[in-house]
Design a protein around this ligand. Structure first.
Ligand SMILES: [Ca+2]
Ligand SMILES: [Ca+2]
Length: 390
């Protein structure tokens, strides 16, 4: 039993768990995560022989990789111990039992604050302690890994790191790097520092790796990031309708009603391999827009991933050049949607709002217009007075 664990996260348990552990067990696990990050250790289940002082059977934890490091606690009995967080990047877990009387044992997992695998279809993450100051000397990995066929759209709403090295003009001190795959040997899509705003990033495949590296001094707020999994959507069109196909294995958990074009009455049908929408332009609210004498037919495809109370609806812009019968599709990013919603909010005066809207400052153009009116009136009065006096 025991061993060295270096993964992003992991599970350990007493020998034979959930069967009774053996007598005279002596196990040690050393958990090591990347420099500068810490280990969080969480007990899921715990039942050991009980005695005061825990001298017979026990689990003992140390803030380092040897028994001489700071002791974090010694536990026995049936009460689940609290979560343990180290201050170093090592945790030593020791489990011992004596010659008789056992129990179910324990099961626990660990993770590192700054090494994360993200597999949800969309999500957010940020540098450690964000929006507080990030730690020095860290090397954090966020690995986004989605089902085959997906691509990943990544955006950084906030980026605030130590500036470039002025001599080399490189991000030598602190940086965020994005790789187009699951390791640092995959193509580098960019490396940013300071307050540089990275562009929207779209991966080639279904994996992206984000790496934050910081040096030994000067730290800032760090970054926040949002990503969206881009579903493989195939769109084609004729002069009168769209055909949309999505491989079924890309969306295994969805009802066909969760996928629709324009409005829920244009929901997908389920064929043997795909979700399919065959939508006449006239039936599904497709709008026509003119771009440089080319008529484009435009609509939005909705894919509703919402589960329970978690709202998550993706939007895709689908377009058709009906004359050439060429269609295209692109995801509407979280940032674009936020801007759209903002625009909607400023244009609509929602009467249902309970909070009374604060007095809005006048638009600058209003002030200019009123000033011109006032000036015109004054000039007119002067002119009239002058005419009268003459
Ligand atoms: Ca015992
Ligand atoms: Ca730094």
């Amino acid at each position: 039993c025991g061993g060295v664990l270096t993964g992003l996260s992991g599970v350990i348990s007493s020998p034979g768990y959930p069967q009774e552990y053996s007598n005279n067990a002596d196990c040690s696990w050393t958990i090591r995560v990347s420099n500068g990050s810490v280990v969080t250790f969480v007990f899921l289940d715990f039942q050991l022989e009980n005695n005061e002082g825990c001298n017979f059977d026990f689990v003992s934890l140390f803030d380092g990789d040897t028994l001489s490091h700071r002791h974090l606690g010694k536990f026995c009995g049936a009460e689940k111990p609290p979560n343990i967080i180290t201050t170093s990047n090592h945790l030593l877990v020791v489990f011992k039992s004596d010659f008789n009387i056992g129990g179910r044992g324990f099961k626990a997992y660990y993770y590192s604050e700054c090494q994360q695998v993200l597999s949800a279809v969309s999500g957010d993450f940020s540098s450690p302690h964000f929006p507080g100051i990030y730690p020095n000397n860290i090397n954090c990995h966020w690995s986004i890994s989605l089902a085959g066929g997906y691509r990943i759209n990544l955006y950084f709403p906030v980026m605030d790191l130590e500036d470039r090295n002025r001599l080399s003009d490189q991000c030598d001190y602190d940086s965020v790097a994005v790789h187009d795959g699951d390791s640092q040997s995959a193509a580098l899509l960019g490396r940013w520092c300071g307050r540089e705003q990275p562009p929207f990033i779209l991966s080639k495949g279904n994996k992206l790796l984000v790496v934050l590296s910081t040096d030994r001094n000067e730290a800032h707020r760090g970054f926040s990031a949002s990503y969206l999994g881009v579903v493989p959507v195939n769109v084609s069109c004729t002069r009168s309708e769209f055909t949309i196909l999505i491989p079924q294995q890309s969306l295994p958990q969805l009802e066909r009603e969760s996928i629709y074009l324009g409005n829920p009455s244009c929901a997908a049908q389920l064929t043997s391999t795909s979700y399919k929408i065959l939508a006449q332009f006239v039936n599904c609210g497709t709008a026509s827009q003119k771009h440089r004498n080319v008529t484009m037919l435009v609509n939005k495809l909705y894919i509703d991933f919402s589960a329970g109370t978690q709202q998550n609806v993706q939007e895709y812009r689908v377009q058709c050049d009906a004359q050439r019968k060429v269609a295209s599709v692109s995801i509407v990013s979280a940032e674009e949607r936020r801007l759209e919603e903002q625009a909607l909010q400023t244009h609509s005066h929602s009467p249902g709002d309970e909070a009374r809207p604060e007095a809005e400052p006048h638009d600058l153009s209003d002030i200019v217009f009123i000033s011109i009116c006032v000036l015109a009136v004054i000039l007119m009065v002067i002119a009239i007075v002058w005419l009268v006096l003459l």
